[in-house]
Design a protein around this ligand. Structure first.
Ligand code: SF4
Length: 290
């Protein structure tokens, strides 16, 4: 079924598609995870181009549809049913208890379309019935709060990873103007933490920030942070270079140094001082602390 716009933001396409598998064996950057789970392909965050640093647009998955990254979303409409079958098989083989699942690696599982389709919600219900050793649910959307009850049922195995690239609302507005505000994402983090969930802030990729302030806000809102730079783009920063982040910093923020080595040092120092070293994870190793 193809639904143009479907009552969502204009000039975007929303498409429903049957797929043949739910869980995707993973590795690489997510080396400690057995599987990733992406209920959607594509992404409607960002303004007809997605987040400017989003290197997923350079991956084969972004060629699934014509049109620029950020203008379309494909919903895997039969994903919950497939997931049920696959989790049953993993359980029967004895592998489920050892598996870690990352949801989602190539999109955000709380696309606006999720309000209508509830694919992520249905997938979470399957994980309640058959739980892996660890589930990491990563999103930038406050819509995750809708699922607080079901997330509570998973809390012994769950890390909610909320993407927050900066504490500076001016930077957020300049670079990711259609993503939820800094304050709104911090509110989501606090609410989920108050609900008893383990909450991680994924500062990835780190954007220009005010280290002391960011550390204070993070300490109040999250159980831990993971800080990653453009080096975490899967190609040592080359993808971010090709995406023109240096030029974007100059044009939108009037500064350079997007790809400078060591740009993260002040933030990591401030975070460690405020949260304690054990609550501050770094880069690929940090994302794989499951
Ligand atoms: S929300 Fe995530 S997947 Fe979507 S454009 Fe931004 S970085 Fe890419």
């Amino acid at each position: 079924m193809v639904s143009k716009n479907a009552g969502m933001k204009p000039s975007r396409f929303y498409i429903e598609r049957q797929v043949t598998r739910a869980l995707t064996p993973t590795g690489g950057f997510l080396e400690k995870f057995a599987f990733s789970l992406n209920p959607y392909i594509g992404c409607a965050f960002g303004d007809n181009g997605g987040c400017p640093f989003c290197y997923v647009r350079m991956l084969p998955v972004a060629q699934t549809m014509p049109g620029a990254w950020g203008t379309w979303v494909v919903a895997k409409i039969n994903l919950p049913q497939l997931l049920e079958v696959e989790l049953k098989a993993l359980e029967a083989s004895g592998k489920l208890q050892d598996s870690a699942v990352f949801m989602s690696s190539a999109t955000d599982p709380y696309q606006g379309y999720e309000r209508l389709l509830k694919l992520t919600h249905a997938a979470l219900e399957q994980f309640v019935r058959r739980s892996p050793r660890r589930l990491v649910l990563q999103t930038r959307s406050p819509l995750v709060e809708r699922d607080a009850d079901i997330l509570r049922a998973l809390r012994d195995r769950l890390i909610v990873s909320l993407t927050l690239e900066t504490d500076d609302e001016r930077v957020r507005r300049a670079l990711t103007p259609t993503s939820p505000s800094v304050a709104r994402r911090l509110l989501t983090a606090r609410r989920l933490r108050e609900a008893g969930l383990f909450v991680q802030l994924a500062i990835a990729p780190m954007l220009p920030n005010r280290p002391e302030r960011f550390a204070r806000l993070a300490a109040e809102a999250a159980d831990r942070v993971v800080v990653d730079t453009y080096a975490g783009d899967g190609a040592g920063g080359q993808r971010s270079q090709k995406l023109g982040m240096e030029e974007l910093y100059r044009r939108k923020l009037g500064i350079g140094g997007a790809l400078n080595a060591g740009a993260e040092t002040p933030l990591i120092a401030a975070m460690r001082a405020r949260l304690g070293p054990h609550r501050v994870l770094i880069g690929k190793d940090g994302f794989n602390m499951t």
